[in-house]
Design a protein around this ligand. Sequence first.
Ligand SMILES: CC(C)(COP(=O)(O)OP(=O)(O)OC[C@H]1O[C@@H](n2cnc3c(N)ncnc32)[C@H](O)[C@@H]1OP(=O)(O)O)[C@@H](O)C(=O)NCCC(=O)NCCS
Length: 185
Amino acid sequence: MIQLRDLRDDDVDRLYRWRREPAVDRWMFSGPPLEFEAHQRWFEQFRADEHRHGWVIERKDEPCGVMFLTKISNVHQHGQWGWYIGEASARGRGVGRAAQALGLDRVFSDFALQKVWSEVIADNDPALKALAATGFRREGYIRRHMFKGGQFHDVVLFGILAEEWQERRKSVMKDLQASGLVRPA
Ligand SMILES: CC(C)(COP(=O)(O)OP(=O)(O)OC[C@H]1O[C@@H](n2cnc3c(N)ncnc32)[C@H](O)[C@@H]1OP(=O)(O)O)[C@@H](O)C(=O)NCCC(=O)NCCS
């Protein structure tokens, strides 16, 4: 079963380890943290910031990844979505798809948002598929928008509105429950 919990103080070490994994860093817009102290400062600032929120993704009660809602805007009532599975053994097993559905439930119930958006490097197939499976719509394509690994990459913009998630959530959750990924309601 997949579940989410709020970030805790002792997540600082695992986030440092996960974020430096090449398989994770490859798809991130920024570079990995080099010094632990800098990462620790970022972690503290993140948790103190009312415009950002994070959840740890647990699989079989073990932490395996993290999900972030950032750039939370009270004016526009939207926020940006980002997530990664840090434990290699948990990738490609439906964890990302399930975590995203659980995350959308939290976001639209706990924050007064009308939209969640995300930007993804154009050849990140697992992320593109997971976003589409949960009901995110492709809203734009930005050419050569970021530089990573010695080259420029195109970026795809995705978004989902609160009412779109409400329409979609029952069937998404039903599928996830049938696959044993999410606890029955
Ligand atoms: C992107 C990520 C969060 C997706 O989570 P995941 O648990 O690995 O993905 P899921 O198992 O839920 O699979 C989602 C979809 O991608 C597909 N997929 C999974 N691994 C894949 C791979 N290596 N290659 C191609 N497709 C893959 C799955 O089949 C599924 O598609 P489907 O619904 O059509 O069957 C995870 O792979 C990850 O952390 N990657 C590295 C960091 C990253 O890219 N973060 C997102 C930045 S926007």
